[in-house]
Design a protein around this ligand. Sequence first.
Ligand code: CU
Length: 357
Amino acid sequence: MSTIFVIAILLLGFLVTFQIAKASEYVGILKGEKKTFEQNNRINGFLMVVFMILGLVGVYWCNELYRDRILDHPASQHGVKIDSMLYITIALTGVVFLITQILLFWFAFKYQHDEKRKAFYFPHNNKLEVIWTVVPAIALTVLVGFGLYYWFQITSDAPKDSIVVEITGKQFGWIYRYPGKDGVFGKKYYKNIDEGKGNQLGLLWEDKSGQDDLIIPGGEMYTVVNKPIKLVINSRDVVHDVGLSHFRLKMDAVPGIPTTLWFTPLYTTEKMREMTGKPEFEYEISCNQMCGQGHYTMRGVIKVVTPDEFLLWKAKLVPAYTQAMQEAAPAAAADSAGAKATTSLPTVEQTKIAATN
Ligand SMILES: [Cu+2]
């Protein structure tokens, strides 16, 4: 219904514009072509200035309107650098935008057609060419140089004392894995993935280094303030993307190819709640790749806490191996009990034979 409505409005708009154009053409013929041309010229020149003023007021108004909706303080050391680059770029391009737009519309008004003025023939000027090529080239080189410098810092090897967390994307959610006391992730194989048996990541249970691994499916990921954290990013199905907007980072999660990124959180979740004045604030992980129908539900939470709180949280976790074995044990016991029961009970055939005897 709404589609038909929109098409009808568009058609009507087209008809009205067409009729106005036709009417003004007839008026032009009646008035005389030269007079109409001059009048149109003046109107267009005036409209150029009006458009410029309205446009610039609109830009300012839009900025004021959405000022509160932009992201809060950058919450990582990388984020501070990313934001500073962003603001320098906006300031530089903003100044260029203002100068070029004002000149563009003002010139269109000031130099509108005039019978008394003859156009100045100005085909080429080397000096000008050099200026408008070299100045933007230097500006862009500086911006790209800064970008590269920070990019190499961000993508460099994580510090040795980093907390390492493996994060795996799936349709639709995140699974986090912390290595146990040994600090080593256990081996895994995708064919071993079996959610029914508590093996979300396909861990090889016989691998000792994986028996103390802690797996948190779909819950909250914890990390420590002012301590580097390295994420080892995986995907279980399609391409996802770990988007950490508060830390100003993102990285694709590709099936079969682990990617990594690291950062240092600057404020605890509690501190950020105070700073932003939002008591409900959480550091979010969003999926930044369109990965299917439930893409929008891929919201993860990172809790940035103090070292003590982190240890306390970690101490409460049970390794995935222990959990899986505990779940498997009663089931196995029930199975074996069931098997015993069936063997001890006579079959229907046996009962029949016994009855005939
Ligand atoms: Cu996704």
